[in-house]
Ligand binder design. Structure first.
Ligand SMILES: Nc1ncnc2c1ncn2[C@@H]1O[C@H](COP(=O)(O)OP(=O)(O)OP(=O)(O)O)[C@@H](O)[C@H]1O
Ligand SMILES: [Mg+2]
Length: 235
């Protein structure tokens, strides 16, 4: 079976700024992988480069074996990728349910989750289905942002700092959501600053520094890697 995501020698620029230098990363179907790094390491840029949202890119990005490096963003999404950017992009004038009705189904992707399935997974979104986007708490907005992606049928999820700025009890809810999605076979790449949130969830870890991957290890190696992580991330 092809990797869900196979990135080789990826370089990316914003204008003249060369941000990513030879990023290599492979994610198998059903894996949860966490991309760690200090501020400005290039984690968001990696997710944006996968989606074709940076300037120039070089190298290879294969999604389920298909080369995506030359494709425009909408074609990349249609390979079955759902990108949840840090800024969430909830339509504030629309209700929760209207936000859930908007996303298009991706060609060729599995059927997305129905609104009923979404409500079964996120009961608090059902309670808030008539509330306007602006009325939702940060945690509810974050869940809605992920739920909208699940509606498209994407099976590979790129999640940028979903726990950021949320209260611990809400972050626990997001951790349960990741565990549920993993049990449903979704493939997840999470960018996280919150190491304590990411650590128990991930099958594998990548650490970035200055636009390169500087460490990679599996969950069972985590405790042995703590001294290195402390040095690289200050965790
Ligand atoms: N639109 C942009 N134009 C030019 N440079 C950018 C742009 N966005 C980010 N950069 C630069 O690219 C580098 C990597 O930024 P990136 O946003 O990928 O970091 P990050 O690892 O996600 O960290 P954080 O989210 O904590 O800022 C930084 O030096 C940043 O200043
Ligand atoms: Mg970032």
């Amino acid at each position: 079976m092809a990797a869900a995501l196979e990135i080789s020698n990826l370089q990316a620029w914003y204008g003249e700024s060369h941000i990513l230098h030879n990023v290599n990363m492979t994610v198998q179907p059903g894996e949860v992988v966490t991309l760690l790094g200090r501020n400005g390491a290039g984690r968001t840029t990696t997710l944006r480069a996968i989606m074709g949202l940076t300037g120039a890119r070089k190298g290879s990005i294969k999604v389920n074996g298909e080369e995506a490096i030359g494709l425009p963003t909408h074609r990349i999404a249609h390979l079955g990728i759902g990108y949840c950017p840090e800024e969430r992009g909830i339509f504030s004038s629309l209700s929760t349910e209207e936000n859930l009705m908007l996303p298009p189904h991706l060609n060729g992707a599995d059927q997305g989750m129905s609104v009923a399935e979404i409500y079964a997974m996120f009961p608090n979104l059902e309670e808030r289905k008539h509330s306007q986007g602006t009325r939702l708490s940060g945690g509810e907005q974050q869940m809605l942002a992920v739920a909208r992606i699940l509606r498209t049928g994407a099976r590979l999820l790129l999640l940028d700092e979903i726990s950021e700025g949320l209260a611990p009890v809400i972050v626990q809810g997001l951790a349960r959501m990741i565990t549920t999605l993993k049990s449903k076979g979704y493939t997840i790449v999470m960018v996280e600053q919150n190491f304590r949130f990411a650590a128990p969830l991930a099958d594998r870890f990548y650490v970035m520094e200055h636009g390169q991957i500087v460490e990679t290890f599996v969950a069972s190696e985590l405790s042995a890697k703590m001294p290195v992580l402390t040095e690289l991330l200050g965790v």
